[in-house]
Write a protein that binds this ligand. Structure first.
Ligand SMILES: Cc1ncc(COP(=O)(O)O)c(C=O)c1O
Length: 392
């Protein structure tokens, strides 16, 4: 196992803007999320003491553990995709049913419907939650080695059946796809592949609420917009959605963006180096369960290729360092509960700024006193036992 952080820089290619992730799409998605009764913007935490210690201008951390009470950002995507799918099939809800509370207007016509997905945890929870809110049920498939606490958290939602397979994440996705097709169920997957792109694109749009909230929160606090964005990637949908939105917003010149992965499953980094979408097979092991994916989303890959500047892979100790730093912050900084897939950006920033062996990378990235870094803590303690072990 590689114990070092790998930083790869590639600033050359610039492609066409992903229109489906523009401001108009963002507004539409945010309006939908605001219509949900569980909606509340998640906190944006400013880590001033840490920024001072690291010699950077500012650190903005979006705390997605507070999203819909689900401990991760993922339901933003699943809810928007299921809402859009159902709204297309049904034009409006019978008023009497809405008034009687037997139908959720955000998810019309979902009663009795079946949704299927594969997940390493958080996305499946988002699908189960949205299916339950719609009055439907969910079949959720999880890869071999999934932690029991994550299985249980999904199975506890509404009418949901969880199956742990004998395969890695990508093969589990293929299995779920076949299962859904054979049974005529709706397949709600957060990654795109040949012949399956529409739903993952809706899911990517769903994530836009997160970046829009962050930008408004930064502005409302009287602070300056970020110069750098750190985005962790599994299949890359979240990273590509945020980056695609920023690329549109800044007319092709988004802030300096780093795509961060678990080193054993660094499919974006491998693809960037190869200049083409490249899969990683086998059974990669990492505590960053949400990032343990070996194939980049087909529709998202061009965005990551064209608009990101740095592709970085991290061993597990990096995120564990981030989890501890956020749990026990310095000075007056607020503590944040950040899980394995959530804390890697913070852990990376600490190493880049503090360890002499990464000085060259820090300089190349421009992480100095003028840098204002936006980081997404995408989950809370989704594995409470491991979280407690790591953070003490
Ligand atoms: C907490 C968390 N962060 C980040 C990601 C990565 O998102 P994506 O798979 O869209 O790259 C995931 C994916 O499941 C996740 O659960």
């Amino acid at each position: 196992m590689n114990e070092k952080i790998t930083v790869y820089q590639e600033t050359e290619a610039k492609g066409t803007l992903p229109e489906f992730l523009n401001e108009e799409a963002g507004k539409r998605v945010w309006d939908f999320h605001r219509s949900l009764k569980e909606y509340e913007a998640t906190p944006l935490v400013t880590l001033d003491a840490m920024a001072k210690d690291l010699g950077v201008g500012a650190i903005y951390l979006k705390d997605e553990s507070k999203r819909f009470g689900l401990n991760a950002f993922k339901a933003l995507g699943a809810s928007y995709a299921i809402h859009t799918l159902l709204s297309r099939e049904v034009s409006g809800c019978p008023k009497e049913e809405v008034q009687a509370g037997t139908v959720n207007p955000a998810f019309p016509g979902g009663k009795g419907k079946t949704f299927v997905t594969a997940t390493d945890g958080n996305h499946g929870k988002g699908v189960a939650w949205s299916a339950w809110k719609a009055g439907g049920r969910a079949f959720v498939f999880m890869p071999k080695g999934s932690r029991q606490c994550r299985v249980d958290a999904i199975a506890a939602i509404g009418e949901t059946k969880v199956t742990v397979t004998d395969w890695n994440y990508d093969d589990t996705v293929r299995h779920a796809y076949t299962f859904a097709r054979e049974n005529g169920y709706a397949f709600i997957q957060d990654t795109g592949f040949e012949g399956y792109t529409e739903i993952p694109n809706l899911i990517a749009q769903g994530y836009l609420t997160m970046i829009q909230e962050a930008l408004v929160q930064i502005q409302e606090s009287g602070r300056k917009e970020p110069t750098h964005v750190f985005l962790q990637a599994g299949v890359g949908t979240m990273a590509g959605a945020v980056l695609g939105y920023l690329a549109n917003l800044y007319h092709g010149k988004p802030p300096v963006t780093a795509i961060i992965e678990a080193d054993e499953s660094a499919c974006v980094l491998t693809s960037a180096k190869a200049g083409d979408r490249t899969a990683i097979g086998g059974n990669p092991q990492t505590v960053m369960a949400g990032l343990n994916c070996g194939e980049v989303n087909l529709c998202i890959w061009p965005i990551l290729r064209d608009f990101a500047s740095f592709y970085i892979s991290c061993p597990d100790w990096v995120t564990e360092q981030g989890m501890r730093a956020l749990a026990h912050p310095e000075g007056d900084d607020e503590a944040v509960v950040s899980g394995e897939s959530g804390a890697v950006g913070t852990g990376l920033l600490l190493s880049l700024c503090k360890e002499s062996e990464y000085e060259k990378s820090r300089k190349a990235m421009g992480l100095d006193e003028n840098a204002r870094i936006l980081i997404f803590s995408t989950e809370g303690n989704t594995d409470p036992e491991h979280y407690a072990e790591v953070t003490g």
